[in-house]
Every structure is written in structure tokens, then in C-alpha cells.
Design a protein around this ligand. Structure first.
Ligand SMILES: [Zn+2]
Length: 270
């Protein structure tokens, strides 16, 4: 605690005093551009890894970067999502998992949590779809590999949970929201982003370079960050590009690509 109190003094005398104008501006209101959903793990700092300034990220943190589906709980996650998207007008959401995630390890040995950590056990039921998918499709892998797959798949599961919120559903329909899946690697400091075309996590800058070569008149979002595309994007996409295994899908419900992603599992998880 002494260290933290010393830190408070240092913050006030150094960072705060050199950024007074910014803090003065922030005292009148916030305009964060991104809702960043991640794990509570102390080794991951959203502002640090993205080098975002104070006021730029609106953050939800909990064990396992989990979003209970709409109506499943009356917890803070739903209220925070609604406030972020509806009241603050945030148009970009990142769900960021991370390597060595304790919650995902818990998911791999769920039964042992039942007695020791009953609240964690209950909480992890919102990641049950991840557990089921991974164990059904990758059960032959060793623990470490299984953990990596679990982490990668869980981010995608939580995006599906996120889509169950009416406000998210509506904004995606209108093309006013983009959702990205990230994984932060503690050991390398690197972030990988999910590429829905490749069904793999890739370097985010690779996606930016690729998107610049595509015809942006077909899809105005291609020049922006590439991640899980919005529902409206995907509709445009399936109409304008040929995607293996998918057909034209005129109504904005689950596209064949989405269905494939949800049920396929991922072969590229690191
Ligand atoms: Zn974690």
C-alpha cells in the first residue's frame, strides 16, 4: 500500500501536472472511442499495450473477459455495454483475451472449481460454449495447447454473447458498430487479431496492409481496422466477394461464414 500511495503523489506531481489541459477537458465529459473488454489479469493493461491516453478507452474487466448473454444476469456487464454503445456512442468494441489466462485454465478443470471457487464455477458457465467446442473438437491436444485454443475460441464465443444484446444487434444491423477479437501474449507483448477470412489470429498490421489493397468502394470499412466485421459488413461482403463455402445470404441473420466460425473450431490458435 505504501508503494501505491507514493505512486499517487508521483502521478500528481509528474503526469497530471504535465497533462493539465487534458484533465481539464476530461472533467467536462468523456468521449472514449473504444469499448475494451478484457480479463482482470494484472499482467494485461489495456492502456499500456495500446498506448491509449486517459479518456480513450471505456473498459470492462472480469475473470476471463466473459460477457454473459443478454438476459442471463443482471450484472454490470450488460449495463456497461448499453451505456457504452447507446449513451456514449462508441462504435468499436475489442474483446481481448490473453495467454496464460487463469479463468481459461479453470475452464479446463471445471469440476475441481466446484468446491473451492464456487463463484468462479458459476461464472464460467457463460463460457460453457467455449469449453464444449474445444473439448469436442480438440480433446486430443495436450493441456498447454488446449489452453491456447480455449483462449482463442473463448474470445469468439464472447463476441457471439455480445451479439445477443439488443443494442449491439441493432447497431450491427445499421453498420454502426465493429467488433474485434484480440489475444495478448504476455511473454512477447504481442497482440494477434482474429481474421474472419482466414479463420485465424494474425498480426493486426498484416490485416491493415491487406485491406489497403482491396477495393474500398465495395465496403467503406475495409480501410479501417480489420476485425470481426459487423453484420452489415458481412452482408455486403457475401454479396460482393466470393467466400469459400458460403452462398449469398440476403437476410442479415447468421451468415454461413458466421455459422462456420461458431461451429467449426479454429485450427490456428496461436
Ligand atoms: Zn485471464
Amino acid at each position: 500500500m505504501k508503494k501505491l500511495i507514493k505512486g499517487l503523489r508521483e502521478f500528481k506531481s509528474s503526469y497530471f501536472s504535465t497533462h493539465q489541459e487534458l484533465f481539464e477537458q476530461l472533467s467536462h465529459g468523456q468521449k472514449p472511442r473504444v469499448l475494451f473488454i478484457t480479463c482482470s489479469d494484472s499482467r494485461l493493461d489495456p492502456n499500456l499495450i495500446t498506448q491509449a491516453q486517459v479518456g480513450e478507452l471505456f473498459v470492462i474487466r472480469n475473470a476471463g473477459n466473459i460477457i454473459p448473454p443478454y438476459g442471463a444476469t443482471n450484472g454490470g456487464e450488460g449495463a456497461t455495454i448499453e451505456y457504452a454503445v447507446q449513451a456514449l456512442g462508441i462504435q468499436q468494441i475489442i474483446i481481448c483475451g490473453h495467454s496464460h489466462c487463469g479463468a481459461m485454465k479453470g475452464l479446463l478443470k471445471l469440476q475441481s472449481l466446484r468446491e473451492d471457487l464456487p463463484l468462479v464455477y458459476d461464472w464460467l458457465k457463460y463460457a460453457e460454449a467455449t469449453r464444449r467446442l474445444v473439448l469436442d473438437h480438440y480433446g486430443h491436444y495436450q493441456f498447454e495447447e488446449l489452453l491456447e485454443i480455449m483462449i482463442a475460441e473463448n474470445v469468439l464465443t464472447q463476441i457471439e454473447n455480445l451479439r445477443t444484446y439488443p443494442v449491439i444487434h441493432s447497431k450491427l444491423y445499421q453498420g454502426q458498430l465493429k467488433i474485434y477479437a484480440w489475444i495478448y501474449h504476455i511473454e512477447s507483448g504481442e497482440v494477434l487479431a482474429y481474421d474472419p477470412h482466414k479463420h485465424a489470429y494474425v498480426l493486426p498490421q498484416t490485416q491493415l496492409a491487406e485491406s489497403e489493397t482491396e477495393d474500398t468502394t465495395l465496403n467503406p470499412f475495409l480501410n479501417c481496422d480489420v476485425g470481426i466485421r459487423s453484420q452489415a459488413d458481412e452482408v455486403t461482403q457475401t454479396q460482393d466477394f466470393t467466400i469459400a463455402g458460403s452462398e449469398r445470404f440476403p437476410i442479415p441473420h447468421l451468415s454461413p461464414e458466421q455459422r462456420e466460425r461458431i461451429y467449426r473450431g479454429s485450427n490456428h490458435s496461436n
